[in-house]
Write a protein that binds this ligand. Structure first.
Ligand code: ATP
Ligand code: ZN
Length: 285
């Protein structure tokens, strides 16, 4: 039977979120631990567990049809694949950091410096665009210790909170790239595999959308109903049900995360009571 083959990170920062996403899409995986590959029983999906660095190439070559990888790795490897969807996890940035004691006055200060990084291609492009000549020294891990042990003057490394840089006496001075994990696909998928990808993508979008929205239930005095309804965008119009106590109604609606607190305050101000907020598991519209 035709299956869609997906490459995900074998272990590391993207592993848990990648497996969880598939699970939330209703795809059961057998024995994910310590395996190189596995299949799903309830969706025609085969999963390959790989080092994240290898995923762009495997997808370009068609060994896997699709993959989950950080934009940072994808752009560094410069492979010809298509980004299908941004996934919203694995957020980080590729930044240049210098010793805290170094006087830094913009990118020109990097001229002639030795830069340790695992992202030589992206760093070279960044410096070239700005007309800065520096000496890029590629190392595969523990980049942040390079200045401390005299291996390099400065680093270009992935940062999320910045605490690792801080602990190593470094300060972040430039951002080369903002990154998150993305779903990528081979450019030449046949129509059967495209159809499977579209089924998977439909589920991924429903999961992502649900995470950004909350289900809201509240009680409203009938004389305030119109005002309260006008504060609720909802998917269509909100559901309104009479309460056992006369003069009151129960209102149900969906609110997105970005406007959530603002709306809740206004709803309370308009006379809403007993406001309940419930997470949504899937959202299909
Ligand atoms: P592998 O063994 O698969 O090569 P790795 O050591 O290269 O793993 P991880 O450290 O697991 O990679 O990071 C995987 C991805 O997680 C990164 O490429 C990046 O997209 C993302 N990420 C998110 N936050 C961070 C962070 N603070 N530091 C490093 N990577 C991060
Ligand atoms: Zn890696």
């Amino acid at each position: 039977m035709m299956t869609l083959r997906i490459a995900i990170q074998k272990s590391g920062r993207l592993y848990e979120d990648s497996v969880t996403l598939l699970k939330e899409c209703g795809i059961d995986l057998r024995n994910v631990k310590d395996r190189l590959r596995t299949e799903s029983d309830n969706f025609p999906l085969e999963v390959f567990f790989l080092r994240d660095d290898d995923i762009p190439q495997y997808v370009e070559d068609g060994v896997a049809d699709i993959g989950i990888v950080g934009e940072n790795v994808l752009l560094e490897k410069n492979r010809d694949v298509e980004i299908v969807e941004k996934l919203g996890f694995g957020k980080c940035r590729l930044s240049i950091a210098v010793p805290r004691s170094m006087v830094y006055e913009g990118v020109a200060s990097l001229s002639g410096k030795k830069i340790a990084t695992s992202y030589p291609y992206l760093v070279a492009g960044y410096l070239q665009e700005r007309g800065v000549k520096a000496d890029i020294h590629e190392i595969s891990g523990s980049v942040e210790i390079a200045p401390g042990i005299g291996l390099a003057d400065v680093v270009a490394d992935l940062v999320s909170s910045g605490s690792t840089l801080f602990m190593n006496g470094l300060k972040e001075v430039e951002t080369i790239l903002q990154s998150q994990s993305v779903l990528i696909r081979n450019r030449n998928l046949d129509s059967d595999r495209m159809e499977l990808l579209n089924r998977l993508l439909f589920r991924v979008k429903a999961v992502k959308k649900a995470k950004r929205n909350k289900y809201v239930l509240l009680n409203a005095p009938n004389e305030k109903l119109q005002e309260i309804i006008s504060l609720l965008p909802g998917m269509k119009s909100p559901t309104v049900l009479p309460l056992a106590e006369s003069g009151w109604s129960s209102v149900h609606s969906v609110l997105s995360e970005d406007e959530f607190w603002d709306r809740i305050e206004k709803l309370k101000g308009a006379g809403a009571q007993g406001i309940l907020v419930i997470p949504i598991e899937k959202m299909v519209i």
